[in-house]
Design a binder for this molecule. Structure first.
Ligand code: C2E
Ligand code: MG
Ligand code: MG
Ligand code: MG
Length: 297
């Protein structure tokens, strides 16, 4: 919807399904205000162990609760990157995610995944920002997973990439892990998985949307998913299948020995208090109906 709105506009989704178009200048102004007025909210979506059904980690996903309505990240992150506002926004996200995750890690031993954009990653102060967030929140490095897309890691020049690798390697000495996000949609050079500081691979939802007995394209996606899972297994990298929506998809992923999954089948991204309730009810998500019940209630 954001793209359909045209190059200089985005769509804001109102609770009443009204859609308003905003231009970039207004977004930038709104983002500055949002930082001051605390309008950014994190939702958390479980990453589930497909063997046990338990919550393995949660991914922090940013929402902007603007006075005009709730704005999804795809609609404002490009503007935040263009204006450099992604840097202070990213600091807020990291700190809040670490503070929220501390109790989940203490009680349930789960980690938190935080999305990091290329602009943040290429800033000299990035390592310090992460270490400060860990120290101030008391979250151990082992409980933090930074999600980075292939593009963010590799799009810039060789020198830049070398510096980013250095930063990530330093963070890994503190136990922080690195996940490649949306794997398969970017450069998809399989060789780099071996050379980059990577601990987890998140397979893009475009591959996991398989339906049995359907078209060739769908069967090909299925074959690619199987190949990527096999690759991860042989490199000893845990794979997360993104956007798992149906029980059938889950079953296929289990058959392929995919260790982890994330998607609406298990849970939508939840406000922190709802995740508290979900985790307090036991971390077993093997019966999705229970999660649905919680969401409905
Ligand atoms: P992502 O990191 O790949 O996050 C997964 C997206 O898939 C999320 O969209 C999530 O709500 C959605 N999703 C999860 N399960 C399902 C499912 O079963 N079906 C479908 N159709 N979608 C599902 P969301 O929250 O709108 O975020 C979009 C993107 O915005 C993220 O993609 C990430 O690249 C970016 N983003 C989100 N939060 C942050 C942040 O704090 N910082 C930065 N730099 N980027 C962020
Ligand atoms: Mg992500
Ligand atoms: Mg992703
Ligand atoms: Mg994505």
């Amino acid at each position: 919807a954001a793209k359909a709105a045209g190059k200089n506009q985005i769509s804001v989704f109102h609770p009443g399904l009204r859609v308003e178009r905003l231009d970039r200048a207004r977004i930038a102004e709104g983002l500055r205000r949002a930082l001051d007025e605390d309008e950014f909210v994190l939702n958390y979506q479980p990453v589930v162990d497909l063997r046990t059904g338990e919550v393995h980690a949660v991914e922090a996903l940013l929402r902007w609760h603007s006075p005009e309505g709730i704005v999804p990240p795809d609609a404002f992150i490009p503007t935040a990157e263009e204006t450099g506002l992604i840097v202070p926004i990213g600091v807020q996200v990291l700190r809040r995610a670490c503070f929220d995750a501390r109790r989940w890690h203490e009680r349930y031993g789960i980690a938190v995944n935080v999305n990091v954009s290329g602009h943040q990653l290429h800033r000299p102060g990035f390592v310090g920002t992460v270490l400060d967030a860990l120290a101030d929140s008391g979250l151990p490095g082992e409980a933090l997973i930074l999600e980075i897309t292939e593009t963010a890691l590799l799009a810039t020049g060789q020198q830049e990439t070398a510096r980013v690798i250095e930063s990530l390697s330093e963070l890994r000495t503190y136990g922080v892990r690195v996940a490649i996000d949306d794997f398969g949609t970017g450069y998809s050079s399989l060789a780099y998985l071996q050379h980059l500081p990577v601990d987890v691979v998140k397979i893009d939802g475009a591959f996991t949307g398989y339906e049995a007995g359907t078209d060739t394209a769908s069967r090909q996606r299925h074959a690619l998913t199987r190949a990527i899972i096999g690759l991860c297994e042989s490199l000893d990298l845990p794979a997360v299948a993104e956007k798992v929506e149906t029980a059938e998809q889950e079953e296929f992923l289990r058959d392929m020995r995919c260790p982890l999954g994330q998607g609406y089948l298990f849970s939508k991204p939840l406000p922190a208090q709802d995740l508290d309730r979900l985790l307090a009810g036991g971390t077993g998500l093997d019966r999705p109906g229970r999660v649905g019940g919680l969401l409905a209630g």
